[in-house]
Design a protein around this ligand. Sequence first.
Ligand code: UDP
Ligand code: MG
Length: 187
Amino acid sequence: SQTGRTQGGPGSGKGTQCERIVKDYGLTHLSSGDLLRSEVESGSARGKRLKDIMERGELVSLDIVLELIRDAMTNNASSRGFLIDGFPRELEQGVRFEKEVAPCQFVLFFDVSEAVMQQRLLKRGETSGRVDDNEATIKKRFHTFQELTKPVIEHYRQQSKVVQIDASGSVDAVFGQVKSALESRGL
Ligand code: UDP
Ligand code: MG
């Protein structure tokens, strides 16, 4: 089955666009962040440790995330394809995933300035209840994105798998670009 990824900094609109994409293209949306948050919600001891890491804007160990995604894929084994959102967050995670689970066909990279992302996250923070939508954590998440996730995007760019999207506009404007990108790749 197809497996695509979305990438982009925190607040770049990955989750919003993924919802639109899966509606139109019949892919299964797997968000590593959402999977981690439901683990936190479960109230387990592991969930508590995950919450602390997320609150610091750091990355959860790749083994945990790999296992969560692998299980979610197994639970949706009949899907025509998977859109894995905000993953991999670091190079090693991507290499391990491709070797052990599934190769990546394309990466949609939602590109937008930190100023716009910060504004969106602070707005979302008014109602999201997320432990990481506050000014201090947002700064650290930007740092983590620059240091660890940007190299992942470069890695896939060298394999000509990256489609860069200008994510600064409205949801509809961004989705328009997404559609032509996916259609040009035969989806
Ligand atoms: N996270 C992680 N590994 C992942 C995905 C998420 O460690 O593969 C953690 C990390 O602490 C991150 C947080 O979960 O800052 C929120 O991730 P999410 O993808 O929801 O954030 P977004 O970038 O979409 O705002
Ligand atoms: Mg998200």
